[in-house]
Design a protein around this ligand. Structure first.
Ligand SMILES: NC(=O)c1ccc[n+]([C@@H]2O[C@H](COP(=O)([O-])OP(=O)(O)OC[C@H]3O[C@@H](n4cnc5c(N)ncnc54)[C@H](O)[C@@H]3O)[C@@H](O)[C@H]2O)c1
Length: 323
């Protein structure tokens, strides 16, 4: 029998650090796909992660390979290349520095923009139908930059939003949206939040107990608590990414808050969107109070100003960039 090329969708995970390996593990445990490629500039780490992950494949019988850039030291140990990652159906971008204690997401930007640029150059050309899931932070700005750099249409770049995208507080009770950012500058849309279908604002306890402030600060500070205690977050984001990959591959058309480019705001920001096999579909703009809309506009303005600083970015070839 002539061996047939695998038709199984391929998932490439760029960055084999804490988040990248947790994403791969979550995907394996949930059998979301059967063909994975892992690329990291540190080829030794990528190789080690692949060996470790392979020991878990008895659960889902997936194939996992490490990819290397031809000039990198580990190239001889793998047959896959970074360019093969560009031909994957879903590309999960986790390569990037993580937030240091006390560092804001914006401070990460310069460091991680260089990594994004490097990765997109090395994996190019990107398959025209690929969906790029951006996880590295600051995710909104990097999504905006990836849009300019990758050449993919906006519907095929998203991400991440986060495990706290629906606030995740009073977990089973409060159904509320966070838009804009998923960190320091998030805008919680309390005006359309509900508890069992009833507007949250109609609950007397809500105002009396200062619940808004408590919930807002709990969600904003949560990530900093995790970083303070264990150095990095991994499991929440890994679970979210595996769920998104599943939604894309199974065309589930779920509605989730994700970072996307919005024409209305002319910016990449977190909004509820439909996610299916073609990436992001319809954006569902939430009803917001005037104050919430103002906060979001302020966030968008700041976000646009940061993106403008990167206007020199013109294409996927690194030689096109001005330093
Ligand atoms: N969106 C979210 O909700 C969310 C949650 C957690 C972490 N993050 C972000 O994910 C990113 C990764 O976090 P982490 O804890 O895994 O960090 P990490 O340091 O453990 O891993 C990052 C990996 O990227 C690799 N890398 C660096 N430069 C590279 C390059 N040019 N090409 C290929 N690989 C390269 C490193 O070698 C390293 O293995 C960070 O930016 C972090 O802030 C986002």
């Amino acid at each position: 029998m002539t061996p047939q090329a695998s038709q199984a969708p391929k998932v490439a995970i760029i960055g084999a650090g804490i988040v990248g390996s947790a994403v791969a593990f979550a995907c394996l445990m949930r059998s979301v796909a059967s063909d994975f490629l892992i690329y990291d500039i540190d080829t030794s780490v990528a190789h080690g992660q692949v060996l470790d992950l392979e020991d878990a494949t008895f659960i889902s019988s997936a194939t996992i390979a490490s990819a290397a850039y031809p000039s990198s030291p580990g190239y001889s140990t793998t047959t896959a290349t970074a360019q093969d990652c560009g031909q994957a159906d879903i590309i999960v971008m986790t390569a990037g520095h993580r937030q240091a204690p006390g560092e804001s997401r914006d401070e990460l930007l310069h460091r991680n923009e260089l990594i994004l640029r490097d990765v997109l150059t090395k994996i190019a050309p990107i398959k025209s139908t690929a969906i790029l899931l951006m996880v590295a932070n600051p995710v909104n700005i990097l999504t905006c930059l990836a849009q300019k750099l990758s050449g993919l249409p906006p519907s095929q770049k998203t991400f991440l939003t986060s495990s706290n995208g629906d606030l995740g507080v009073a977990e089973n009770c409060v159904n509320a949206l966070v838009v804009g950012d998923h960190g320091d500058k998030q805008v919680a849309v309390w005006s359309s939040a509900t508890v069992a279908g009833q507007p949250l604002t109609t609950f007397a306890e809500f105002e009396q107990m200062n619940t808004q402030a408590e919930i807002a600060s709990a969600t904003t500070n949560r990530i900093y608590d995790i970083i303070e205690h264990k150095g990095a977050s991994a499991y929440g984001i890994a679970a979210v990414v595996s769920e998104l990959i599943l939604a894309i591959l199974a065309n589930k058309r779920i509605v989730v808050p994700l970072t996307v480019y919005s024409d209305r705001y002319d910016a990449c920001l977190s909004l509820p969107v439909m996610l299916g096999s073609r990436g992001v579909g319809q954006i569902f703009y939430p009803q917001m109070s005037t104050k919430e809309e103002q906060s979001l506009q302020e966030y968008v303005k700041a976000n646009q100003a940061i993106c403008e600083r990167y206007q020199h970015i013109r294409g996927t070839n690194s030689t096109e960039y001005e330093e």
